[in-house]
Design a binder for this molecule. Structure first.
Ligand code: SF4
Length: 335
């Protein structure tokens, strides 16, 4: 597919204020020099432990938070320099689904009223058409007419996420940022929601940026996966390849932690020494060097650049120096 979104050197720094004058004394580098592209119709998974910057990346792309530096092109246009009317169009074309849709649903509004408000505000239908569209949306997400007059508290977690999806679909988006959409759900419900998202993608040609901390969730829905650590992208490649041949020591650690039944994700800690350092004071050089089992002297000195040791397999690690990049043309290997 064609590239629908291109993220280049995206940075999001939060200032840290301190002292009696409340001056800026430092920055939390929540997202630091992150680049990737998303192809039309694909699902790009973005994984990492909490605090790695994956959610901030999603929010920055949605323009829910401002960016510090870099560029995000959506269908060729930089989203940070859009005019007011272009911005309104962008807000329709790219939607977001949150981990807990309850927090973003008005408890005093029925599902029908909520959807009516959005549909009429954006003039997507009028008169009888509004109710028709709502019935269609409910059917698309596996709910029935019965649910239209219900309030958010009357729904289960899985049903609420279906409503969150209906709300996102309401505006006919091209792309949906799924921010941990199944993390709060029971495993049996998780697969239902993942299957629903897959079916909708096939039916509507949607593009997903799928953010999760759980590699096993991302595995079943993503075409490609990017692994983030402390605000940086460590590795990015096709899903099968990432699981078969992870190149980055951090990805290798994440994968070796998977088979353990571990709801608290303490297994990553067991594999890796120490905790994730504070993003307000990240390690010099490679941000992973304080925990990396393969750390070399250069790692604490120089930030590794992203290289492509094999076609369409990107990794930022000194074990794969730029001089040893594969020589093929990557575009010939794309399908
Ligand atoms: Fe480990 Fe060095 Fe690679 Fe960082 S650059 S992941 S410290 S080997």
């Amino acid at each position: 597919g064609e590239t629908i979104m291109k993220v280049s050197h995206l940075k999001k720094y939060y200032p840290i204020k301190g002292g009696v004058l409340s001056r800026v004394v430092g920055h939390v580098k929540a997202v630091d020099d992150v680049s990737f592209d998303i192809k039309e119709g694909e699902t790009l998974g973005l994984v990492g432990e909490s605090g790695c910057g994956k959610t901030t990346t999603g929010k920055t792309i949605m323009r829910l938070v401002s960016h510090t530096d870099g560029e995000v092109l959506f269908r060729g246009k930089n989203i940070f320099t859009l005019s007011k009317s272009e911005m309104k169009a962008y807000r329709k074309e790219v939607q977001i689904i949150f981990q807990d849709p309850y927090g973003s649903l008005n408890p005093r509004q029925t599902v029908g009223d909520m959807l009516t408000e959005i549909i009429t505000y954006h003039q997507l239908a009028s008169g009888e058409g509004v109710q028709q569209r709502i019935r269609q949306l409910m059917e698309m997400v596996g709910l029935s007419d019965y649910h239209i007059g219900r309030y958010p508290h009357e729904f289960s977690g899985g049903q609420r996420q279906r409503i969150g999806i209906a709300r996102a679909l309401c505006l006919n988006p091209r792309m949906i940022i799924c921010d941990e959409p199944v993390s709060a759900l029971d495993v049996s419900i998780q697969s239902q929601i993942l299957n629903l998202l897959k079916d909708l993608q096939a039916e509507l040609g949607l593009t997903y940026l799928f953010i999760a901390h759980d590699l096993s969730v991302v595995k079943h829905i993503s075409d490609r996966v990017g692994v983030m650590y402390l605000g940086r992208l460590a590795e990015l490649t096709e899903t099968d390849r990432l699981f078969e041949n992870p190149l980055h020591p951090y990805t290798q650690a994440l994968l070796s932690a998977i088979p353990v039944a571990d709801p608290d994700h303490t297994a990553v800690k067991a594999v890796l020494k120490g905790d994730v350092p504070s993003p307000s004071n990240p390690p010099k050089g490679c941000v992973f060097h304080t925990r990396c089992p393969q750390c070399m002297p250069v790692c604490s000195q120089e930030i590794p650049v992203m290289t492509e040791p094999e076609p369409n397999h990107y990794v930022a690690c000194h074990l794969y120096p730029a001089e040893q990049q594969h020589q093929g043309k990557p575009e010939e290997n794309q399908h």
